[in-house]
Design a protein around this ligand. Structure first.
Ligand code: UD1
Length: 421
């Protein structure tokens, strides 16, 4: 299994181009199933999760063509099966996102229960509740779930989500676009990836209003056509590089960023004493201008502080003056990086969903495990400032979500070497 060897680095300097967003492109690819015409998606990052989604779509009958370095065409003239293979689904939780489109277009979807990052129970009952309210009959077996819409197809209705789940909002939106009548999703997730999906679906002929607010209105249409769309920039990748600049006390310019999407990260880094200059589609992070202080963080659904940046931010907080508190409210098991950071010399105490981080830690390189995608990113950041070399195993988690990770760091002056064990 491959590993990263992260060497202690000086302040990172230079420019980095942010890729298209993993969490936006996966639902966009699933949405392409809703039309029998070709959809073209630009700025698609080369990631393990994207390759898996391509395999999933191909297994359902989609023809996928590369249209250039970062552009793909997905054409699904006919859906040849409404069942997913266990092997594919077990590798990626986002495979559940094909359920809404299959149900909308073929009236049936049968999915083995999903895998993905081990961050909490991550149930899917909100997705299923939405399908049921739209008229589908949902059956749960020990290791699969099936939804069938019956002869009359799905019928628009009012769906209140108990929690603004990103995946449930996306899946229900995709199921509802071809339903009879109007669907309202209330307490919907407001993440930028939801807005991107709604924009793409509207280009395909859907009638969606309110994406990005807590109430989304979807007027069903008879069919969708092909469309062309560019994926939004990855706000989590941007946040990771912002923190890489801050933790190494460097100066980094990020291109292809939507500053509005990273507002909470900008606000928190500024509180710590990092200077951040914001342009229209670029950001400059100056971690080299003075002392950096502790702050407190609480993760929340968008526009709150993103849970996906919690662990990378915690690595940074081990290096600032003073003690910080981090509260994780979105996932119930997202402190797995704490034990790994502890091995590197960080002083972090956890109680339930709260972590207290002592600053000014002298981190040292050792062997650590990337327990999930963002925990892996957190360890890379810690490795940049740790004395000696940090050896990170299970980096396939990191490669699920970061495009050209080592190359991008190399462009900023860091040395991260991928080695096969
Ligand atoms: C998406 C992102 C992930 C991010 C998360 C929260 C993708 C591919 N992944 O994941 O990177 O960390 O949003 O911003 O876009 N929940 C339920 N019942 C459900 C669904 C969710 O209880 O039916 C809970 C989950 O267990 C979790 C919380 O809701 O505690 C948030 O999950 P959700 O917003 O659905 O995250 P994902 O869509 O899985």
């Amino acid at each position: 299994m491959a590993k990263y060897i992260v060497e202690q680095s000086g302040p990172l300097k230079g420019e980095v181009q942010i890729s298209g967003a993993k969490n936006a492109v996966l639902p966009l690819m699933a949405a392409a199933l809703l039309s029998d015409e070709a959809c073209i998606i630009d700025d698609v990052p080369h990631l393990r999760d994207v390759s898996l989604m391509k395999e999933i779509l191909s297994s359902l009958g989609s023809k996928i063509e590369e249209k250039g370095e970062n552009s793909i065409s997905i054409c699904t003239e006919d859906i040849k099966t409404t069942e997913l293979e266990q092997e594919l689904v077990s590798k990626m939780r986002a495979s559940i996102l094909v359920m809404g489109p299959l149900l909308a277009r073929k009236g049936r979807a049968r999915i083995p229960l999903p895998g993905g990052c081990a961050i909490g129970a991550r149930p899917i009952e909100l997705h299923l509740k939405g399908f049921e309210i739209l008229g589908a009959v949902v059956t749960k077996g020990d290791d699969y779930v099936e939804a069938v819409s019956g002869g009359q197809g799905l019928i628009g209705d009012q769906i209140y989500l108990d929690f603004p789940s990103v995946g449930a909002t996306e899946n229900i939106m995709m199921a509802a676009v071809l339903a009879e009548g109007t669907t309202y999703i209330e307490n919907a997730a407001e993440e930028p990836e939801i807005v991107d999906l709604a924009n793409f679906l509207n280009k395909m002929g859907a009638k969606i209003k309110g994406a990005g607010t807590d109430t989304i209105r979807i007027e069903g249409v008879k069919q969708l056509h092909g469309a062309k769309h560019t994926v939004i920039p990855d706000r989590i990748e941007a946040g990771t590089f912002m923190l890489a600049a801050a933790i190494t006390r460097g100066a980094v310019h990020l291109c292809n960023v939507e500053p509005d999407h990273v507002k909470p990260i900008i606000a928190k880094l500024r509180e710590c004493g990092v200077r951040i200059d914001v342009g229209d589609e670029d950001i400059t992070i100056r971690g080299d201008l003075g002392p950096q202080m502790a702050t407190d963080i609480k993760t929340l659904p968008y526009p709150g502080f993103p849970t996906d940046i919690q662990s990378p931010f915690m690595s940074y907080l081990t290096t600032v003056e003073g003690s910080s508190t981090v509260i994780e409210t979105v996932f119930e098991n997202r402190f797995m990086h704490v034990a790994q950071l502890g091995k590197m010399g960080a002083s972090i105490e956890t109680a339930g969903n709260k972590a207290n981080i002592k600053g000014n830690s002298k981190l040292r390189g050792c062997n650590v495990i990337a327990t999930d995608l963002r925990a892996g990113a957190a360890l890379v950041l810690a490795g940049l400032v740790a004395e000696g070399k940090t050896e990170i195993s299970e980096i396939y988690h990191i490669e699920r979500g970061y495009e050209k990770f080592t190359e991008k760091f190399a462009g900023l002056g860091a040395t991260i070497t991928k080695v096969d064990d």
